[in-house]
Design a binder for this molecule. Structure first.
Ligand SMILES: Cc1cc2nc3c(=O)[nH]c(=O)nc-3n(C[C@H](O)[C@H](O)[C@H](O)COP(=O)(O)OP(=O)(O)OC[C@H]3O[C@@H](n4cnc5c(N)ncnc54)[C@H](O)[C@@H]3O)c2cc1C
Length: 299
């Protein structure tokens, strides 16, 4: 299938990119893994495709200090490819690295970008689980200036986000803490290769006790969801016996998800619910083990 006709622009600065996006029907292009097939299927009909490939300022991984030096965060440029993030191998965001490693295959990760993965908002994408569990912020810029959106408020449905058409996702940032651990675990869909269900977890372990647990699932619903039942069970749990603490909660986690569960002819909704506890248990156990291993160690 051939895409519809469109104009093509490749700006070399963020300001020029925003000007180009201000045109009616303009749409940004990053790695193209999601957008090009949609164009070919004629599910998108942009007036102009704005290729972000010339915006070097949106690439790279760095630690930044915020809140008057009180908090350190890891900042990942939206155009950073999955492969470049994995090569950078930053400390303190193991869950994000697990999720990025799970994306497609080497060809997909070489071209696909972290920002594109989030902006595409495919319901079974891996990275959104890690950003939601990791309490990430998504940084956007548009004609009216910058804004920051918590990961939990970004995706609203299947390929739907709060991003306005003339805004760009510039970077994501995640809090770093020497007492935190995070992980991601998924069951792969047998035909699409995406996650049937994927779960990311992030916990703090202080004096042997689990605090501030955040557990999020993708693949289950149209947008990523927090698993509140698992989080409640984990909060205050003995970090020495986390699997026992979460096993029951994980078992019930699927029942307490309020949104409707996705299904297709290969992986029905019941099966996704059944896959959830195993993924939750694996992600939480690994996150806790990593936090215990790093307790008190500077990131
Ligand atoms: C065969 C195959 C297998 C895959 N398997 C997986 C998988 O297992 N797990 C997984 O998570 N993903 C998977 N993907 C998705 C892939 O990893 C990409 O993340 C995804 O396709 C989008 O990233 P991209 O950089 O290619 O973005 P593009 O396709 O270029 O863009 C995607 C969307 O985001 C918008 N956009 C892109 N960048 C920005 C920005 N900075 N600001 C605002 N809007 C922006 C575009 O306009 C478009 O609407 C797979 C893709 C393919 C083709």
């Amino acid at each position: 299938m051939f895409p519809p006709r469109f104009d093509y622009e490749r700006p070399d600065s963020l300001d020029a990119a925003l000007d180009a996006l201000a045109e009616e029907g303009a749409i940004p292009l990053a790695g193209g893994h999601d957008l090009i097939p949609l164009l070919k299927a004629r599910e998108r009909d942009p007036g102009t495709v704005v290729d972000l490939g010339g915006l070097a300022e949106l690439r790279g991984v760095e630690r930044v200090v915020t809140d008057e030096g009180a908090t350190e965060r890891l900042s990942v440029g939206a155009l950073t490819t999955d492969a470049d993030l994995l090569d950078a191998d930053p400390a303190g965001v193991d869950g994000l690295l697990d999720a990025t490693r799970a994306v497609g295959d080497a060809q997909i990760r070489n071209r696909g970008t972290v920002g594109g993965n989030l902006a595409a908002a495919h319901p079974a994408s891996d990275i959104p689980a890690a950003t939601l569990a990791g309490d990430a912020r998504l940084h956007l810029v548009g004609p009216d200036g910058d804004r920051t959106v918590p990961a939990g408020e970004f995706a609203t449905g299947d390929h739907e986000t709060v991003r306005e058409g003339d805004e760009l996702l510039t970077r994501i940032s995640l809090p770093l803490s020497p007492t935190a651990g995070s992980a991601y675990s998924r069951k792969t869909h047998p035909s699409t290769g995406y996650a049937s269900v994927g779960v990311a977890a992030r916990v703090e372990v202080v004096d042997g006790v689990v605090t501030d647990p955040r557990v999020a699932a993708v693949g289950l619903c149209e947008a990523p969801v927090r698993l509140a039942a698992v989080e409640r069970e984990l909060d205050g749990a003995d970090a020495g016996a986390p699997v026992a603490a979460i096993a029951d909660a994980a078992e019930r986690a699927g029942e307490r998800v309020e949104r409707s569960v996705r299904e297709d002819h290969v992986v029905p909704a019941d099966q996704r619910r059944r896959l959830l506890p195993g993924c939750a248990e694996a992600a939480v156990s690994s996150a806790v083990a990593r936090a215990v291993g790093r307790e008190g160690v500077a990131v």
